[in-house]
Design a protein around this ligand. Structure first.
Ligand SMILES: [Zn+2]
Length: 127
């Protein structure tokens, strides 16, 4: 799955949840979903250096964040190495964004020079 497909999946899940909530007279949860680091061999991605402090912080969040999926494994389309297929969600309440990122993001950053968006990096660094 690429970023767009992951976002679409979460938008759909939120829509169903909100339907249930509003039927029960509860307040809807309205977050924008931003998937980070679901790379595909068919798509260009941003490359560049990221700071060690960003990577260290992201690893802490990886351990502490909410796990969305843990089943199976995911194979890197660039070098065929496999890692777990877990995903994490990080919530930026201030800007109403839910970031979703896969376990493979660490491999992409260190092995394929993937550089996440500045928006995501800044969020991680100020969190
Ligand atoms: Zn790889």
């Amino acid at each position: 799955m690429n970023n767009k497909e992951v976002e679409q999946q979460h938008i759909e899940a939120q829509r169903r949840l909100n339907e249930m909530l509003s039927e029960n007279g509860m307040i809807e949860d309205d977050f924008k979903f931003v998937a980070v680091g679901y790379l595909s061999i068919d798509e260009e991605f941003e490359k560049g250096e990221v700071s060690t402090s960003f990577l260290t912080k992201l690893k802490v969040f990886w351990r502490e964040g909410m796990t969305l999926a843990t089943a199976g494994h995911h194979t890197c389309e660039f070098c065929n190495i496999a890692t777990g297929s877990s995903e994490k969600e990080l919530i930026d309440r201030e800007n109403k964004i839910k970031y979703i990122f896969p376990e493979m993001i660490f491999h992409y950053i260190t092995e394929h020079k993937f550089k996440p968006s500045n928006e995501f990096i800044e969020f991680v660094m100020r969190s």
